[in-house]
Write a protein that binds this ligand. Structure first.
Ligand code: PLP
Length: 399
């Protein structure tokens, strides 16, 4: 079956919610992907920030294979071997006290929202349930997560959503303060907005949120599903801001490719929120997923991948600067570490650029605001950045 026949046949069966690029991937190796025709692609997308240490890593694969041969699933009615090391490690690297494992980022958000509501309910009774979220945020596609996602097109078709979500402007502390009232139970924000435009939070904003939450006894939820696990140069981005959230969400690179997420809480929150019967998941944190979590943390820490991000970010940014200088339709860049966005003039739709990059053998992503979004594997080296520069120069020169 040729590529087009394959794609057409697949589309006959799939619910059409993605406009997929015309590529059928077969395998990956390090920072490269290969399609069914054997064509090589340099990966600057990491499967949307998941494949932190690239593809087909032997140490990771062996750990998963060993776990498959022992046991894949038990349910959460029982303890299993990978549970303790994974829980210990994720609490240690995050500095949080307790964890609940989920199957995705959106589910981690759902758990975070329920935890915040239960905390307020236990302290104040019914009524204190409002959550302040940010415009341009993205927290996932389940109903609770969509309710706090700051893009009205994602929310509107599904009204009525979860009651009590209010929106403020990202990086504008006054706008958040204006939304707080006696019914507020939590503030949720990404530390670096991803889909919404690759925008880092300012130090004043995150510190200001922490202060507001402490003043009003409301909980600060930081969503590091995209920007966590080393992507911005520290294991979690908030560590660069000198504060600790009350609830943290993570997913994507947490499992190195196996679907898994988590929400984590401080002891103060744990002691005053979810109790037996309040939450659960059949799969959440099963042995296979948690062997992946354990090994991913070992690899990200053991191979010093956040340090690689710190070392190579100036080089990455200098390439983005050179694009800005060379091409009038590139209007600058923003981001943190290996999470960067190149701003393209609105007259040139980014979708077309992504397709042309694929022709050149380069995978890149987009973000709101006509941005090219780069989420390379954290193992990307100087040579990889040079190859990206060469390929994108070809694409840009032809525009
Ligand atoms: C910041 C953030 N939160 C939540 C999610 C949702 O995660 P998932 O797609 O695993 O449900 C995403 C996904 O892109 C994200 O970037």
């Amino acid at each position: 079956m040729n590529r087009n026949e394959f794609m057409n046949k697949a589309e006959e069966h799939l619910i059409h919610v993605y406009n997929r690029f015309p590529v059928v991937f077969e395998r990956g190796e390090g920072v490269y992907l290969y399609d069914t025709n054997g064509k090589e692609y340099l990966d600057f997308g990491s499967g949307i920030g998941v494949m932190a240490f690239g593809y087909n890593d032997k140490e990771y694969n062996d750990a998963l294979k060993a776990q498959i041969d022992k046991i894949i699933h038990t349910s959460n009615l029982f303890y299993h071997e990978p549970l303790l090391p994974a829980a210990e490690k994720v609490c240690r690297i995050s500095g949080m006290d307790r964890v609940f494992f989920t199957n995705s980022g959106a589910e981690a958000i759902e758990g975070a929202l329920k935890t915040a509501k239960k905390y307020a309910y236990k302290k104040h009774g019914v009524g204190k349930y409002e959550i302040i979220a940010m415009r341009n945020s993205f927290h996932g596609r389940t109903v609770g997560a969509v309710s706090v996602t700051g893009t009205s097109e994602y929310r509107q078709p599904f009204y009525p959503l979860m009651d009590g979500a209010r929106f403020a402007d990202f990086n504008d502390i006054k706008s958040v303060e204006d939304q707080i009232d006696e019914n507020t139970c939590a503030i949720i924000t990404e530390t670096v907005q991803g889909e919404g435009g690759v925008t880092p939070a300012s130090k004043e904003f995150i510190k200001g949120l922490r202060k507001l939450c402490d003043q009003h006894d409301i909980l600060l939820i930081l969503d590091e599903i995209q920007c966590g696990m080393g992507r911005t140069g520290s294991i979690f981005t908030y560590k660069q801001y000198g504060i600790t959230p009350d609830i943290l969400t993570t997913a994507k690179a947490l499992g190195g490719g196996v679907p898994v997420g988590a929400f984590l809480v401080t002891e103060k929150v744990a002691a005053n929120s979810l109790e037996p019967g309040d939450h659960g998941s059949t799969y959440g944190g099963n042995p296979l997923a948690l062997s992946a979590v354990s090994k991913s943390i070992d690899i990200i820490e053991g191979r010093h991948l956040p340090e690689n991000v710190v070392a190579l970010t100036p080089y990455f940014e200098s390439i983005l600067d050179s694009f800005t200088e060379k091409y009038s339709f590139i209007r600058g860049h923003r981001g943190m570490g290996f999470m960067q966005g190149l701003i393209v003039d609105k007259s040139i739709p980014v979708g077309g650029i992504l397709n042309k990059a694929l022709d050149e053998g380069l995978v890149i992503l987009s973000a709101e605001g006509n941005l090219i979004r780069f989420l390379p594997p954290l193992i990307m080296d100087k040579d990889g950045f040079d190859q990206m520069e060469e390929k994108l120069n070809k694409v840009f020169a032809a525009i």
